[in-house]
Structure formats: structure tokens, C-alpha cells
Design a protein around this ligand. Structure first.
Ligand code: GDP
Ligand code: MN
Length: 391
């Protein structure tokens, strides 16, 4: 789960990190009122995407009038960055924060390092909006310092980071304290990323987190109701949000074949075999091992509501999941929403005969498949016939 910059900064502040003041504005008047307090200030579009600076989502205003004018333009615009896709993101909120004199910009983050079962601090003296470019052209300018996930952050790891950033004296102490906050936040709240870019060295000679990005491990959210509340569903893919309400593992993809599968492994294999036959899956969808009829129905409705879907491939190997439950969910959804596209079904395993009877007794026009390959081939052919072929 992602959160907004202003929320990330509040969390970091609570963990003792040096974060500038700020106020959220949803109207130009609110932006002007905040600017009145701060004087020279920065207006920042609050969308779940980085790269805002280069895309016009970060503006420096000299006074309240300028802030009002910028806010009028920014609120309601669609911000297009390399991370948003061509449709961009609607700007609904701005963060107004005092403009700070910046002497130098660093990059600093904490994330997981699964290969080493550890955390890793990533630090670079070349921070700011060009960090991706630096990572590509000068990877040696980016330091990686491993931190034990069990023992947590150690002071000498902070000293190493300070060395990599060329920070000494008071700034070295500030960096160690900041890293202590970042790693503690990461571990206590089950984060997947805590990133500060840029970490600024201000004109007054102190470290200050000018930007912040914090993301969380969805599988651990049940432990953090207060974090769950920070969710902004307007920023999420509506289908993925709906899927999460039903506890479905669903990821939207760009293709034309909707897939309803049980088990993550089978779902992956299904996507592979669709590609093998020249098609493109519209989604990854694992209904899980013990889905109810309602859950299957919700899953099938998700597929039907995606206008890119030109054919649906139901690929079920019933183990704990029973084929008749799948059949009931699918037929209930099809009855309610109607289905105008080809439906290819491969059922195998527990209660398969009952499942087939339920499907046969429905008036649904179903293309049955002998096995997985047969089903994938038929789905690709059907999608091509209905206009969702090669892309
Ligand atoms: P991003 O492009 O989405 O990562 O947004 P950032 O918050 O990182 O802002 C982009 C750039 O704007 C930063 O790298 C800074 O150079 C600049 N910036 C942001 N806030 C301030 C500020 O308070 N003072 C100054 N001088 N520059 C800022
Ligand atoms: Mn940034």
C-alpha cells in the first residue's frame, strides 16, 4: 500500500525525523492561507507517484497571491509522470510547505533485501530528481549498507552511510539519528520502502527531509489498523480496490483475456501459457484455496467489468476449492451481469462432475477445454475473434 507524501512526513515526524512544516490544501484559498503563514513556499501535488517535480507538480511561490494562482492551476489537473502512465493522475490535494534554501541534495532509503534476508540502506550523494539516471549510468555512486532485520540498525552502519554521503560532525550525527528513525519505522510498521529524496542539506547547515515516500507490505496491514486508515482509494485502480475488499489476489494487466484461476502457481502458469499461444492476459487473479460462491461471483464480475476483456478463461484445479462452488459463482455472476464474450472453462478435480452439471444446466454458452493448453489456445482464438487479438 502506498500513501501520500504529507502522510509519510507525518509518520516520519512521529519517529523523530527532521521534516519541514506543511499544510494540506484542497482549494486555492486554503493554499493562499498557508502561504500567508510561510511566505516563500513550495506547492506540491499529492498523488501516488514520484517524478512530480519534472512534470510540473512541484511549484515555488514567492507569496500568497502566487500560491493562490499556482494552486488554481494545479488542483484539478492531471499530472503525467513516467510513473503514472499516459492518463496521468488527478490532483485533488496539495501540500504547502515553506521553501527552504538547499545547499545539497542526497538520496536515502531503507528497503528490504530478500536475497540476504535483511534490510538495506541505499544512499547517494547524487540525490534529487536525477537519481534514476545516476543509478543507470553511475551505479558505483550509490552505496548499499546491509542492516540486520533481527537486530535492527547499528550506529556503525550509520557511520558507513555518512562516509558514503561525505557528511561529518553535526551532520553525521543527524544522519545516524535519521537512519535510526527510518529503520525503526520500517520494522515497526512493516514497510516495504521508506525513501527520502531529496534529503537536503539546508542553507543553515542541517539535514531536512524535503520529500518522503513510505509504502507498506499489504500482507501485514492487518497488524496496523492505523496505517490502513491512511489508504486513499481514489489513487488506486478501482478494480484492484474492489478485489481487495473480497480478499482476492488481483492485479490488472493490459491484455484481453480475463483469467479466473485458483492458486497463485496455477495463475502464473495460466498467464504463461496464454502468452505461449500468442495472447495477453488482462489480469492475474487467484481466488484462493477456499473461496465462497460470493467471492467467485465478485471475481467474475471484476473480469466482466473490464472493457479490455474479450474472452474469459476459467482454469480451475479443484483441490480444497470445489468445482461446484466455482460453477455456482460463475453462473450467478453471468446471470446478474450478462455475458457477451466467449467463456472458456477448464475444470478438474474435486466435485468436477457436479461443477460441469451446474454449468451445463445454466444457459451459458461455454467453450469447454480438455486441459490447460487446450483452454489457453481456445481463449486466445476466441479473444482474437472478438477483436482482442495481437497487441
Ligand atoms: P518528486 O519529483 O515527485 O520526487 O518531488 P520532490 O518533492 O522530490 O520535489 C522535486 C524537487 O523540487 C526536489 O528535488 C527539490 O529540488 C525541489 N524542492 C522540493 N521542495 C523544495 C523546497 O522546499 N525548497 C527547494 N529549494 N526546493 C525544493
Ligand atoms: Mn522526490
Amino acid at each position: 500500500m502506498k500513501i501520500h507524501e504529507y502522510q509519510a512526513k507525518e509518520l516520519l515526524r512521529a519517529y523523530g525525523a527532521p521534516v519541514p512544516q506543511g499544510e494540506v490544501a484542497v482549494t486555492a484559498e486554503q493554499a493562499a492561507a498557508a502561504a500567508e503563514k510561510y511566505g516563500r513556499c513550495v506547492l506540491k501535488a499529492q498523488v501516488h507517484s514520484g517524478g512530480r517535480g519534472k512534470a510540473g507538480g512541484v511549484k515555488l511561490a514567492d507569496n500568497a497571491d502566487a500560491a493562490r494562482a499556482f494552486a488554481g492551476k494545479m488542483l484539478g489537473m492531471r499530472l503525467i509522470t513516467p510513473q503514472t502512465g499516459p492518463e496521468g493522475r488527478l490532483v485533488r490535494k496539495l501540500l504547502i510547505t515553506p521553501a527552504v534554501e538547499v545547499k545539497k541534495e542526497f538520496y536515502l532509503s531503507v528497503t528490504g533485501d530478500s536475497a540476504n534476508a535483511a534490510l538495506v540502506i541505499i544512499a547517494s550523494a547524487d540525490g534529487g530528481t536525477e537519481i534514476e539516471e545516476t543509478a543507470r549510468t553511475h551505479p558505483e555512486r550509490i552505496a548499499r549498507i546491509s542492516v540486520s532485520a533481527v537486530e535492527g540498525f547499528k550506529r556503525y552502519e550509520g557511520l558507513q552511510a555518512a562516509g558514503a554521503l561525505g557528511l561529518t560532525g553535526e551532520n553525521e550525527k543527524e544522519l545516524i539519528s535519521l537512519l535510526e528513525s527510518m529503520t525503526r519505522l520500517y520494522l515497526e510498521k512493516d514497510c516495504s520502502l521508506v525513501e527520502i529524496n531529496p534529503l537536503a542539506l539546508t542553507g543553515e547547515g542541517h539535514l531536512l527531509c524535503l520529500d518522503a515516500k513510505v509504502s507498506f507490505d499489504d500482507n501485514a496491514l492487518f497488524r496496523h489498523p492505523e496505517i490502513k486508515e491512511l489508504r486513499d482509494i481514489e489513487e488506486e485502480d478501482p478494480r484492484e480496490y474492489r478485489a481487495s475488499q473480497y480478499d482476492l489476489n488481483y492485479v490488472s494487466l493490459g491484455g484481453s483475456i480475463g483469467c479466473l484461476v485458483n492458486g497463485a502457481g496455477l495463475a502464473m502458469a495460466t498467464m504463461d501459457i496464454i502468452r505461449h499461444f500468442g495472447g495477453e492476459p488482462a489480469n492475474f487473479l487467484d481466488v484462493g484455496g477456499s473461496a465462497s460462491k460470493e467471492k467467485v461471483q465478485a471475481a467474475f464480475e471484476l473480469l466482466l467489468s473490464d472493457e479490455n476483456v474479450r474472452a474469459i478463461f476459467v482454469n480451475i484445479f479443484g483441490g480444497i476449492m470445489k468445482c461446484d462452488v466455482i460453477a455456482e459463482g460463475v453462473t450467478a455472476a453471468a446471470r446478474e451481469m450478462g455475458i457477451a464474450i466467449p467463456l472458456i472453462v477448464r475444470l478438474e478435480g474435486t466435485n468436477v462432475e457436479l461443477g460441469r452439471q451446474i454449468l451445463a444446466a445454466s444457459s451459458l454458452k461455454i467453450i469447454t477445454a480438455e486441459n490447460m493448453a487446450d483452454g489457453a489456445r481456445k481463449a486466445v482464438e476466441a479473444a482474437a475473434r472478438t477483436g482482442g487479438g495481437e497487441q
